[in-house]
Design a protein around this ligand. Structure first.
Ligand SMILES: *Cc1c(COP(=O)(O)O)cnc(C)c1O
Length: 367
């Protein structure tokens, strides 16, 4: 018996020795929490870093492309990383309600974590511009939803005013705890690769996430000396590119609704990230986003359109890469968030309403 169990252990090493406790518990010593913080967690974080053979080949030049698939967080986007921190801290401060403006994913995460922590959540969304999956989540997780005839930027203006005058905690990425939670994604990448990538490609909306990643890489470089910092490549949709053009976009437009933001709250921080990392901000068209979205799906990775902007941007810059670079593209949200986009943008063979006979099906399949 003893021998058999020894052999078994050899054949199938125990990769799951430790249960992942959620990112606050995992990275406690790097986060502003104490023994008094009531941790509200759904065991978020620890998302896979997936090597993409297809995209690596497409880029060429011996490049290794990895996908940080943060769409596998509990509510399907990286927003969970920030929200576990924001809600835990709101609870610690005795807050009873939280509020946010959202293009969808923040509201889903806020609603889930608030409900779990026993807090009330209010979310303001731009009417008609929130993807179906995200709306379904906010409804189910128990938020009170207010849709406005205006875009995200207007919604944020309102919740900022509101939260500074009433006892409601603001959980948009102006909330510093959000950034703290989100920086753990950079830790995970370094833990997985053993080093930081040459480039980090990431979509930008309010630019909280690029700020968080940079903070994470910098902090880790202090702990792990010799850690070379990545070049930060931020991508926006062409119709919604306030950081690329250095302007306020009054009427942002893109099918990538998660980054349909005209006046990013973390503008100054993002500029600093670009400068410090010797990075670049560029825009990609909706067509380039959809092309990348399809390439990713053929690799078996289904992300939402906003996330595909990272890969679209990488493809655009392939000639700028040094030989044998290691790239990480951040896939911020799950493809299931926006089923309408997938249904409208695919080349699948979908034969409908066939007569249900074996002969007919065999013939249809071409055998
Ligand atoms: C929120 C979000 C973004 C943009 O992140 P910022 O921190 O606002 O720059 C990108 N993709 C998805 C899927 C998101 O939910």
């Amino acid at each position: 018996m003893l021998l058999l169990s020894k052999i078994k252990n050899k054949i199938r090493p125990n990769y799951r020795k430790k249960k992942w406790p959620g990112l606050i518990n995992a990275y406690k010593k790097y986060l502003p929490v104490s023994s008094k913080t009531p941790i509200v967690t759904l065991n978020e974080g620890n998302t896979p870093l997936i090597f993409s053979q297809k995209i690596s080949e497409l880029i060429g030049n011996d490049t290794k492309v990895y996908l940080k698939y943060d769409g596998l967080n509990p509510t399907g986007s990286f927003k969970d990383r920030g929200m576990t921190m924001a809600i835990s801290k709101a609870k610690e401060e005795g807050s009873e309600a939280v509020i946010c403006a959202s293009t969808g994913n923040t509201s889903a995460a806020a609603a889930a974590y608030a409900s779990r922590g026993g807090l009330k959540s209010f979310v303001l969304i731009p009417d008609g511009f929130v993807a179906q999956g995200k709306l379904a989540q906010a409804l189910m997780y128990g938020a009170e939803i207010i849709s406005i005839q205006g875009n995200f930027d207007k919604a944020l203006e309102i919740v900022r005013d509101l939260s500074s005058n009433y006892p409601i905690n603001l959980v948009n990425s102006v909330n510093p705890y959000r950034i703290q939670g989100q920086k753990t994604a950079a830790f995970e990448i370094v833990d997985d690769l053993g080093f930081a990538p040459d480039w980090l490609c990431i979509p930008m909306g309010n630019a909280g996430n690029i700020t968080a990643y940079w903070l994470g890489f910098k902090e880790y470089s202090k702990i792990k000396r010799n850690l070379k910092l990545p070049i930060m490549m931020g991508f926006q949709a062409e119709g919604s590119a306030p950081l690329v053009k250095n302007i306020i976009v009054k009427n942002p437009e893109t099918l990538a609704t998660a980054i349909r933001i005209g006046n990013p709250v973390n503008r100054e921080k993002a500029k600093k990230v670009k400068k410090e990392s010797k990075g670049d901000f560029q825009s990609v068209t909706d067509k380039e986003i959809i092309d990348a979205y399809k390439i990713l799906a053929k690799e078996g990775v289904f992300c939402e359109p906003a996330s595909a902007a990272s890969v679209a941007g990488l493809i655009k810059n392939k000639n700028r890469l040094k030989k044998q670079s290691t790239i990480v593209c951040v896939l911020t949200g799950n493809g299931l968030k926006d089923p309408d986009c997938a249904i409208k943008n695919n080349e699948a063979i979908f034969r409908k309403n066939l007569e249900p006979s074996l002969d007919n099906i065999i013939k249809t399949l071409g055998y």
